[in-house]
Design a protein around this ligand. Structure first.
Ligand code: TRP
Length: 449
């Protein structure tokens, strides 16, 4: 279909389920599968999980609702929409989103590349016995670069295929498979002898730690990354919505699914680690928990382990891919909407640029870690803070009208507005302040000073 001007009509989702699964696909990713359970176990177990849930409820869901509302209201990419709706002063926020998309995907794709390599080798039954040496080989240098480039090419291919035929179709296939595999793995993990100690380590309620400020900052940073908040990814997805569903309910659904997956992933990882006596390796490195000790554990199972290995890493690969798609889409949608560029060529060009940008992370995991701290932790929270200010103070009347299309309950909408205006900015200011020091460190690592 073509609009009278000859400009092709903007795409939209074919179904409500397609939108939801794409949004859940964006949220559910590498962040859920290992970062959540690792940080939870470090941060007081059940105490961290409790704090995380509170943050998701009072910051995550309101902010996600705000992103959905602005997206559907604008029907265009944030890079254009924020300037049109908020005025010139808000244009930089849209470009900050694009910068975050580029920045996160550049290193996310490196980790996703490791995952892809593991999945392929698991299918071929070719993961060697010495998993630590294997991980060292796979995770940096030439092997990591090749996997990173292949992963970027797959991501580009899906985004270039468009919203309906690319993103929606990929999510409709991969997400249900991911849920099935994850539930199967959790049931299997529950049968492991000695797994109980793993549940205890993961969820031990150390309630004194609830009051530590770093745990609050960790919980908030993790919530932003895991829920894909703060850089307009879900805003971009919602800009392809035409229907008038209840956006508050959609946000709650996505947040619930994301948190559920994170929680269940922990129920897989920890019993395995404890049942096979791999705790030493976990305390040594974060990444190690997933990439070194799990395959080691699976190996001890012989034949059955080969299948479980495959299921696990294929699932992880799907999770990473649907998240990477959303990161690239923010960049592509911005370039397509602002300069009227063709989608396919834009996806290829942007993907190539990001692939280059990721090379340092593929060669050096310190650079990868520093990029994650700077963009994946700090800038997301900054983006979320300004999004709350824009929606809560400048666009509130319009946003409330847009939200009311699917949410008639005025009391709920008022509560949402209060959270966006007061609770969210205040909490995020605290989180930003506590993130200044590690971010400064990260900048020094990146620029070598
Ligand atoms: N949420 C994804 C994860 O947990 C990562 C991700 C995808 C993301 N899109 C995003 C993070 C946008 C922040 C913003 O792995």
């Amino acid at each position: 279909m073509t609009a009278p001007t000859g400009i092709p009509q903007r795409e939209s989702w074919a179904t409500r389920a397609g939108f939801i699964l794409a949004a859940v696909g964006s949220a559910v990713g590498l962040g859920n599968m290992w970062r959540f359970s690792y940080i939870a176990s470090e941060g007081g177990g059940a105490a961290f999980v409790l704090l995380y849930l509170v943050i998701v409820l009072i910051v995550g869901i309101p902010l996600m609702t705000a992103e959905f509302v602005v997206g559907r209201m604008s029907q265009e990419s944030p890079a254009r929409a924020l300037k049109r709706l908020g005025g010139k002063a808000w244009a930089p926020l849209g470009w900050l989103f694009v910068f975050c998309g580029l920045g996160i995907l550049s290193y996310y794709s490196v980790i996703a590349g490791w995952t892809m390599r593991y999945a392929v080798d698991a299918v071929r039954n070719a993961i060697p016995e010495d998993t630590a040496a294997y991980f060292a080989q796979v995770s940096s240098g030439g092997d990591a670069v090749i996997a990173h480039l292949i992963f970027m090419a797959i991501t580009v291919y899906i985004v270039a295929s468009g919203v309906k035929k690319g993103i929606e179709r990929a999510s409709l296939i991969m997400m249900p498979l991911l849920f099935l595999i994850l539930i199967g793995l959790a049931l299997w993990a529950a049968t492991l002898p000695g797994g109980g100690a793993g549940y205890a380590y993961y969820l031990k309620p150390d309630l004194r730690r609830l009051l530590e400020p770093e745990i609050l900052a960790d919980a908030a940073g993790q919530a932003f990354f895991s829920l894909s908040l703060g850089m307009g990814a879900l805003m971009t997805y919602a800009s392809y919505l035409k229907s008038e569903e209840n956006l508050g309910r959609e946000a709650a659904t996505v947040a619930f699914a994301d948190t559920g997956v994170a929680f269940v992933a922990g129920l897989v990882v920890f019993p395995v680690i404890f049942s096979f006596g791999l705790t030493d390796q976990v305390s040594e490195s974060t990444v190690g928990a997933l990439f070194i000790s799990l395959p080691k554990g699976f190996e001890l199972l012989g034949r059955l382990g080969d299948y479980i290995d495959t299921a696990f890493f294929v699932m992880l690969f799907f999770a990473a891919l649907t998240s990477a798609i959303s990161l690239l889409e923010v960049v592509v949608a911005a370039l397509v909407d602002v300069w009227n560029l063709p989608r396919r060529a834009t996806a290829i060009g942007a993907g190539a640029g990001i692939a280059l940008l990721g090379l340092p992370s593929a060669y050096d995991t310190d650079i990868l870690g520093a990029s994650d701290q700077l963009v994946g932790n700090f800038l997301l929270v900054v983006g979320g803070f300004f999004t709350a200010l824009l929606v809560g103070y400048k666009l509130l009347t319009q946003a409330d009208a847009e939200l009311s299309k699917g949410l008639a309950n005025q009391t709920l909408r008022r509560r949402w507005a209060m959270l966006i205006r007061y609770a969210v900015p205040v909490i995020l200011l605290g989180v930003i302040a506590s993130g200044l020091r590690p971010t400064w460190q990260a900048l020094r690592t990146l620029f070598g000073v």
